[in-house]
Design a protein around this ligand. Structure first.
Ligand code: KG4
Ligand code: ZN
Length: 345
């Protein structure tokens, strides 16, 4: 049922989740269907791009049908189609964008391309009607680790980020070497609660006056430590390893985030991305913000990881700003967050 509401269909296929959502008036999530390929990639220890694209292709029509059905609407009721056009895996993105264009073409509805990371940040607007810039967004996911100052909806500055791997990617690779399932963040987070910080892992770039972060050395240190212990025939205390790793990985993010809050006089912080589901990061960032007098918005679990409601939210915002794409909409796998609104006229 439409009830004179403005309905946006969000489509997200940037990585290994085929997600389609119907959002009414930018606030009410009528459906949020996510078909995850996690079980497939558990066997590989990570996402295989070619396989991901194939599964999007197989799943997307079914996900669309279920999403519309659950929302109690038909394609005729939809007012706007929003789709993730980057950053992400090129083949995976193409599946979502092609579907969105087919829907827009067949139904004559407007279409708009959405930046995936702005989607993660904007998930918070669905839950927090009062949230508005300025704020600092701490984006931590499987593909990105960035501290972004959001002065206005179209004025974003990257204050710092990783020089190499993303923090989520590091979690996934460390989990793999420890024999834990993909995606690694979830089991490491759980086991870390049962362990002690007994393994020494140096913190990369510690003491440097920078907003840069680095995770690849940390990953290598864990791999080397594990191999060393194996060679010596010593027991690997998995929970202790998880705790030691997590303290350092999240510690890197906390150090840079607190530096930014202090030095830029940030008054409001927003967490975004899959790693913001991490219990230690959530608790420690709350403490950091309390100590530094900043308000913090922590997204509910359902909107930390990839979903399409967050994409619909951004699409509606772009629509309000009269930003549309044409049916020549392409994908941009390396789209920078600073020019997320590149279609703005
Ligand atoms: O945002 P997301 O769903 O996909 C990307 O855009 O990358 O993030 C997925 C990442 C994975 O690396 C996963 O291990 C991590 O988020 N993750 C976590 C937790 N839950 C998911 N990392 C740490 N702790 C968690 N509880
Ligand atoms: Zn994501």
């Amino acid at each position: 049922m439409k009830d004179n509401k403005f309905l946006t269909l969000g489509i997200e296929t940037s990585c290994d989740e085929t997600a389609i959502s119907v959002v009414a008036d930018g606030r009410e999530v009528l459906s949020n269907i996510i078909s995850s390929q996690i079980d497939i990639f558990k066997n590989y220890g990570g996402v295989v791009p070619e396989i991901a694209s194939r599964h999007h292709l197989e799943n997307i029509n079914g996900v669309l049908e279920t999403s519309l059905k659950e929302a109690g609407v038909t394609l005729d009721d939809i007012d706007l189609v929003g789709v993730t056009m980057g950053p992400g895996l090129i083949g995976a993105l193409l599946m979502g964008v092609s579907t969105a264009k087919a829907i827009a073409f067949a139904s004559g509805k407007p279409i708009v391309g959405v930046h995936h990371l702005i989607g993660h940040v904007s998930a918070n607007f669905i839950q927090h009607a009062e949230l508005e810039p300025p704020f600092m967004a701490l984006i931590t996911s499987g593909g990105h680790t960035e501290i972004v100052q959001v002065d206005d909806y179209d004025k974003l500055t990257v204050l710092g980020g990783t020089r190499d791997d993303a923090v989520g990617e590091c979690y996934d690779k460390v989990a793999r070497v420890l024999g834990l399932p993909y995606p690694g963040g979830i089991p490491i987070d759980k086991l870390a609660k049962e362990g002690e910080h007994t393994y020494h892992l140096p913190k990369p770039l510690a003491g440097e006056d920078t907003y840069d972060m680095s995770f690849s050395g940390l990953k290598t240190n864990v791999i080397n430590l594990v191999h060393n212990l194996e060679q010596k025939g010593e027991e690997i205390r998995i929970a202790d390893m998880c705790r030691s790793f997590q303290d350092v990985a999240v510690g890197i993010v906390l150090d840079r985030a607190s530096k930014a809050i202090k030095e830029y006089g940030i008054k409001q912080v927003v967490l975004a991305g899959g790693v913001s589901a991490n219990s230690y990061l959530r608790a420690e960032m709350q403490k950091v913000c309390d100590k530094l007098g900043a308000n913090i918005i922590i997204p509910p679990m359902w909107c930390c990881t990839d979903n399409a409601a967050m994409i619909a939210k951004v699409a509606e915002h772009l629509y309000d700003m009269k930003v549309f794409a044409g049916l020549d909409l392409g994908v941009d796998p390396n789209w920078s967050i600073e020019d997320w609104n590149k279609f703005e006229n």
